[in-house]
Ligand binder design. Sequence first.
Ligand SMILES: Nc1ncnc2c1ncn2[C@@H]1O[C@H](COP(=O)(O)OP(=O)(O)OP(=O)(O)O)[C@@H](O)[C@H]1O
Ligand SMILES: [Mg+2]
Ligand SMILES: [Zn+2]
Length: 494
Amino acid sequence: MPRGAGAGQPPEAPARRLDPPAGAARLAGMTKSTVRYVCTACGAAFPKWAGHCEACSEWNSIVEEAADAGPALARTKPNAARKIAFVDLAGDAAPPPRAVVGIAELDRVLGGGLVAGSAVLLAGDPGIGKSTLLLQAAATLARGGARVLYVSGEEAIEQVRLRARRLGLADARLELAAAINLRDIVAALEAEAGVAVVVIDSIQTMWLDALESAPGSVAQVRACAFELIRLAKTRGFALFLVGHVTKDGAIAGPRVLEHMVDAVLYFEGDRGHQFRILRGVKNRFGATDEIGVFEMTDRGLAEVANPSALFLAERRGNIAGSAVFAGLEGTRPVLVEIQALLAPNPSGSPRRSVVGWDGGRLGMLLAVLETRCGLRLNASDVYLNIAGGLRIAEPAADLAVAAALLSAAADRPTDPGMVFFGEVGLSGEVRQVAQAEARLKEASKLGFASACLPRRVARGRGPLAAPDGLVLREVGHLADLVARFAPPADKSSA
Ligand SMILES: Nc1ncnc2c1ncn2[C@@H]1O[C@H](COP(=O)(O)OP(=O)(O)OP(=O)(O)O)[C@@H](O)[C@H]1O
Ligand SMILES: [Mg+2]
Ligand SMILES: [Zn+2]
């Protein structure tokens, strides 16, 4: 879970923790002024310790850390500054040179390949497959003739070799080192010429001896990243930094680096599912809404060229509470099943539980269904799940979520051959969403027969280019959808 959300419940007693593992002894001898308190989740610094970070709302993430000796600039001569030459906006500018990795799902998320001199942070939960992905990327680049250095701070050479053998990559001419001392790594990188790509796995294990704080601390992680990024810019190699999403407050998380790097990619997925999603959340050289879809196999990560088929693979038709959403991830249409379950709860404080969608958005939709469509859900727990572990951010999913909820409430399945998309407004109106044609095309490609979509208010819009044979069911208001699920016999009681 990369952003915000966090652990949810505050711990019972936010015990004060002072546990930088190795730096503790050193810290103990310090005066008060050389100590500060930083949030290991977001990097915010505070003068006092607190159990709760005001900047990112994380609990128990603030730790004591040695303050840096002060900016290095202050210690140099003021007249050593050089004059800056300002230039026009309209000058020569070439697009940045890119190296195509050769793994299409990764290249797409990167914005069309790896930019020379750029720094890419690959963040993800432990064990999700970060090392696997980067070893595959590094080996593919090396096979293409690029000089790639892979520095493992976490695993011994033998472990990386074993993984390479398992993935069938042992023949790739990758240059491998196991090291954590950043001074050594920087010296080694400075001595090498013609390096195209450097992988650091992981940034949290790197250690700069010039700093007092322990490896994994916010100061260490930032300082090490800064040195490596500076080197990448001056030497022109592309830098991959692996960053673990940490649950333990003692180690800095990848978010403390987000502003320093050029691109931030999150590798997500449910460990219970085989597939993994690579999502760009920041990219100075490309769009951020693209995703890459992979499947974890015993031979490593396999690219999934047709994610819709994968996400719908386990769908069983004719079950109440299920609706297929024709979504869009970046430029790619993706069909995914939305599942809703209602369970009676007369306690007066029903649960709303969401996996893969925004809880606030569900609350809004439930309110609209209650106030505008007369649906009574306040005596039911509502569970909403995006099947397969995909996380959806599009408001276009509103209509499909509403269909799943209505289907669950009526205990009548939605038409299994129908896809849904459309945004729902507060008055219950169904609004247009982007790229309707692309969504319809994907639905048709996967064998769907009809689509439920927003009514086209004809004002200068041409007819919708729907694929042949696909039946379009337009709805202008959520009440139109409600009417479809109403039992035919006793409409008056609904
Ligand atoms: N022998 C194996 N056969 C099949 N799959 C394996 C095997 N070993 C590891 N895996 C898969 O690879 C995953 C670990 O991948 P990887 O080490 O790349 O993850 P990571 O994100 O780098 O983890 P870490 O946080 O430990 O660095 C495992 O969760 C598992 O799914
Ligand atoms: Mg790893
Ligand atoms: Zn924070």
